[in-house]
Write a protein that binds this ligand. Structure first.
Ligand SMILES: [Zn+2]
Length: 536
């Protein structure tokens, strides 16, 4: 690995057993000439870098393997102890033009060994705490990339055959639909419940043809019972915001609406809210699909693509089931929005989600769906509006001050104009082994939360969301932009990552008003910087 220094060959102590491809160079593969010899033994594999993985570093075969490597013109490298699973997966990663190798496995065993390899890959992903596994199969190579905390990194490179095999076995043998037949030429999707070494992992599969091959993406929806309580504070809500949401959860009736883009963690927030509900209450959640198991509530899976199993139909059915709380996974149409209103005015507390770019924007969206401002400003309907997004937080082991981050230096003046001397506390992404060199250690919610009061209802009636936002700010309310900038000054978030959410951090913010008098000054500063740069 990159950190290895010469003369430090013994630093991999005997007790360190390699268990994942993540511990290896993603491009390292078995030496094809030696694969047959290795497969006959089953517990050893020699890689192109010279590295030898084995379950028994002291076995005689290790010396034999080194001798074979020298004979074939390779330089033997380190010997490392690895788990049998990792060796199985590495040994499967061989070129498909090697026919002798293909005959080694008997047809029937081949199936189960592929299923085993799929489980090993999923286990590696679960161990690394990633959200998605991307298998990108092309004529020359199959890249396995993992998404973690929102960013992609290369996990391993396989020969295309292994990628094709695992994609077909996932679709044809492991999905809910027994009739599934994997076809790389059309987009397909399916759900895949998988038993991986004793725990249940729920995944959603999707495939898409691509030039020269195809992509398969496996989203990890949940592992095991996964019932550990994640509080709103853990997610990144401020104590003030949590106070408002708790108050909303304990209201006797009304609607609490949560918005944010796809993948902004809305499901997790809803699950945390449901964990606050007293056990003397009956909760129905209508979800597509059920992502996180909450044992205290009745979770109903729907298929929102099918009319008879839509959110609206199941929402109406849940109203007949004597509920106190109803969670409608998503409001996409007037039908579902009307169920939300009906549930609220008939004495239930209802939670739902929409796609908007701000909390006040929820009102505009609902009106677009066909609800009337008068209905929305009814005192029995809206209780609280929440908008959230996720921002990447810095790896605690390698973040650096701004002055040590070359890419950030030329933006210092711009940020200084906004943050003043607080700019000193800002930290930037570094890179270390713990974060796969991406500099990110996790993700945090940045949110805005509105308690809908009588003044708010007046703004809703007038559909004046801008006026409402101004009023809220005068009341000391923190917008999601305010909250994002706060995380930057707290040294938790790289300003570039904050900017992917709120746009350029400069004195020209939409809220403060675009400052025309500062444009010339900004341009002059920029020209001065350009002039200082050495010619390319
Ligand atoms: Zn790091």
């Amino acid at each position: 690995m990159a950190n290895d220094t010469p003369g430090n060959n013994n630093h991999q102590a005997r007790n360190h057993v390699l268990a994942s491809q993540a511990d290896l160079d993603p491009k390292d593969r078995p030496i094809v000439d030696l694969v047959e010899w290795c497969q006959q033994r089953g517990n050893i594999v020699a890689l192109q870098s010279g590295l030898i993985l084995t379950t028994e570093p002291t076995a005689r075969d290790v010396q034999n393997c080194k001798a074979l490597l020298v004979n074939k013109g390779y330089k033997p490298g380190k010997v490392m102890e690895a788990t049998p699973q990792l060796i199985t997966l590495m040994l499967a990663n061989v070129a498909d033009d090697d026919e002798a190798q293909q005959q080694v496995d008997v047809q029937e065993d081949e199936i189960s060994s592929q299923q085993k390899r799929l489980r090993i890959l999923v286990q590696e992903a679960v161990d690394a705490d990633v959200s998605d596994i991307h298998i990108e199969v092309r004529p020359e190579v199959a890249k396995i990339r993992f998404r973690k905390f929102g960013e992609m990194y290369l996990h391993a490179e396989w020969f295309p055959r292994l990628g094709r095999e695992l994609a077909s076995v996932a679709f044809n043998k492991e999905t809910d639909h027994a009739t599934a037949h994997f076809n790389p030429l059309i987009p397909q999707d399916a759900s895949m419940p998988l038993q991986v070494y004793g725990s249940d992992v729920r995944l959603r599969l999707a495939s898409m043809p691509a030039h020269g091959g195809f992509d398969v993406v496996m989203r990890i929806l949940g592992v095991g019972d996964d019932t550990k309580v994640v509080t709103l504070e853990d997610l990144g809500y401020t104590p003030e915001q949590v106070y408002i949401i708790k108050r909303a959860v304990h209201m006797p009736h009304g609607a609490v609406l949560l918005s944010g883009p796809t993948g902004s963690g809305k499901t997790t927030t809803l699950a945390s809210c449901m964990q606050m509900v007293k056990s003397t209450r009956k909760v129905y959640t209508i979800e597509d699909p059920v992502e996180k198991v909450v044992p205290t509530v009745t979770q109903v899976p729907v298929n929102s693509d099918k009319d008879d199993r839509s959110f609206a139909n199941f929402g109406r059915a849940a109203l007949r089931m004597d509920p106190d709380y109803i969670v409608l996974g998503e409001m996409r149409d007037e039908d579902t929005a009307n169920v939300m209103i009906r549930a609220a005015i008939t004495g239930h507390l209802v939670f739902s989600t929409v796609h908007t770019n701000s909390a006040p924007g929820i009102i505009t969206r609902l009106i677009d769906m066909g609800l009337s401002p008068t209905m929305l400003s009814d005192a029995n309907v809206l209780v609280a509006l929440i908008f959230q997004r996720l921002v990447a937080t810095l790896c605690p082991h390698c973040n650096v001050p701004l002055k040590d981050a070359p890419a950030h230096k030329e933006h210092m003046e711009r940020w200084h104009a906004v943050f003043g001397d607080n700019v000193e506390y800002i930290r930037a992404r570094g890179g270390c082994k713990k974060c796969n060199n991406i500099g990110i250690g996790g993700r945090s919610v940045v949110a805005e939360v509105i308690w809908v009061d009588d003044t708010g209802r007046e703004f809703i009636q007038k559909v004046d969301t801008l006026g409402w936002q101004k009023y809220l700010r005068n009341q000391g309310w923190q917008s999601y932009r305010d909250r994002t900038l706060e995380t930057v000054i707290e040294g938790k978030v790289d300003p570039f990552d904050a900017e992917t959410l709120v746009g350029e951090i400069s004195i020209h913010s939409a809220e403060a008003g675009f400052d025309y008098t500062r444009i010339r000054e900004d341009m002059e500063n920029e020209m001065a910087r350009e002039a200082k740069k050495p010619p390319q």
